[in-house]
Design a protein around this ligand. Sequence first.
Ligand code: ZN
Ligand code: ZN
Length: 244
Amino acid sequence: MRLQFVGCGDALGSGGRYNTCFHVTGRNVNFLIDCGASSLPALKRLGIARDDIDLILITHFHGDHFAGLPFLLLDAQFTRRTRPLVIAGPEGIETRLKQLMEALFENSSKTKQRFDLSVVALNPLETRSFDATKVTPFPVVHGESGGPFLAYRVEAEGRVIAYSADTEWTETLIPLGRDADLFVAEAYYYDRIVKNHLSLKTLEAHLPEIRPKRLVLTHMSDDMLGRLDTLAYTAASDGMVVEL
Ligand SMILES: [Zn+2]
Ligand SMILES: [Zn+2]
């Protein structure tokens, strides 16, 4: 199994990085985690076949994680996709997706897809299986608007991938990432403590409890991007592949 960072940027375009979108593929799985506004061009740039993607997991309704969906759905119409697609995310996703599609492409939410499209709401701590992909959402803390906020622990092909999503420190990140083969964690700032986002120093203090087998930092601000050469951790970059 492999995870490719299609985009690992924040909402502000820091470092010229694409918005959040990770592509996970294996023998039996092909899914995205998040689909930020810039995801379609980012997927095309990497030559990723969108029609092979079976599942898109959305962590929350901020544009840098969610706003790529209308473009992807439009693209699927033009490529005459036939393969079913599941989009799963926090409660309210069906309404949010309709609103987003109408805002970006009027009447597009009323267009009947040529393929089976299921939009599925996920509840915190309720594990759901989508074919060979087992998904457990964990509640995280990321402010007042754009939620509910979910982090995901995903099991497939004998491996565990955990993604913190956007969040300030919360104890749920411990079971989320514990012993994961890959823990992708937000590190927005280096040591600045702010509401709604995670700093590397805070995350670092908890790593002995989380014990991920591999850690990759993502969703970094300019503050963090300016320090990449001095970090003791692996930081994501657009296009980077992690083999699992
Ligand atoms: Zn974000
Ligand atoms: Zn966010």
